[in-house]
Design a protein around this ligand. Structure first.
Ligand code: SAM
Length: 283
């Protein structure tokens, strides 16, 4: 019996099911159920929400989410070895845990979820950023999720919440902060995981805003920002040459100095630039 439920401690579960961690699957497990319950609480009130969890592994965070009252948890796990352990959790919480065996980059979870939806995950680092970018760039806004509460390497977490002018400010910060409120809610040392990774980790919570902070076409904004940060040390009049020979006019229409660098440009100005580009392209 563990501190948060009647199931056995995770070390015992891992030993019984032979779940030795595999590096290729980004497996660094959280075995302290008080910690996983804290991460679940960082996602806010779960009682009226469906939770999408990617990469439940042996189920430490899954158990935290269920013990903290999630209405339903849909967990997508690629490693078939973890399924028997997850089925034991499903049996202890009848009707509240559904496990899908598959690759989160390929599975479409939407058919299984009812709003409001919160995404909570200790992500496999090799797919974490790609999943985040997908969740931040859906076809329609607001997205299917109300909030994302996600574990990242600390360096990636810092890039998500970075303000303009900082060393870590870039495409990920603009993408995340344009339509969501993003903050770091927990820091974890390597020793919190089994086996310990080389770097520290942090949990980021992103809350979807009902509408973007400033109007812009998502595809144009994404192109402009990728181009600007593609050569972040260059002045924007050269980094953005690919926008066309009128790059100076576009920057001036957006109120941006042609000698400025991408890392000094805030969200509002990037959106103004995206609108200027879209207006020019419309003719
Ligand atoms: N949530 C567990 C915990 O906190 O202890 C495990 C976290 S571990 C960092 C990442 C988990 O994601 C592993 O269980 C791994 O098998 C799984 N995983 C890796 N790639 C995946 C993918 N593409 N789709 C779904 N799960 C994946």
């Amino acid at each position: 019996m563990s501190a948060i439920d009647d199931l056995p401690p995770l070390r015992e579960v891992i030993a019984r099911h032979g779940l030795s961690a595999r590096k290729a699957l980004g497996q660094n497990f959280l075995l302290d159920l008080n910690l996983t319950a804290r991460i679940a609480r960082a996602a806010g009130d779960l009682s009226g929400a469906d939770v999408l969890e990617v990469g439940p592994g042996p189920g430490g965070l899954t158990r935290g989410l269920l013990a903290e009252g999630a209405r339903r948890v849909l967990a997508v796990e690629k490693d078939a070895r973890c399924l028997p352990a997850l089925e034991e959790i499903a049996a202890a919480y009848p009707g509240r845990l559904t496990v899908i065996h598959g690759d989160a980059l390929e599975v479409d979870p939407l058919a299984h979820l009812s709003r409001p939806v919160k995404v909570v995950a200790n992500l496999p680092y090799n797919v974490g950023t790609e999943l985040l970018v997908r969740w931040l760039t859906p076809k329609v806004w607001p997205p299917f999720w109300d909030s994302l509460t996600l574990m990242f390497q600390r360096e990636v977490a810092e890039r998500i919440v970075a303000p303009p002018g900082s060393r870590t400010y870039g495409r990920l910060a603009v993408l995340a902060q344009w339509r969501a409120e993003a903050r770091i809610v927990m820091q974890l040392p390597p020793a919190a995981f089994t086996p310990p990774p080389k770097v520290s980790s942090a949990v980021v919570r992103l809350e979807a805003l009902p509408a973007p902070r400033y109007p812009a076409d998502p595809a144009v904004l994404s192109r402009v920002v990728a181009m600007a940060f593609g050569q972040r040390r260059k002045m924007l009049r050269s980094a953005l040459k690919g926008l066309g020979p009128d790059v100076g006019d576009l920057l001036s229409a957006a109120g941006i100095a042609p000698t400025a660098r991408a890392e000094d440009i805030g969200l509002e100005a990037f959106c103004a630039l995206a609108r200027a580009v879209a207006a020019r392209d419309r003719g």
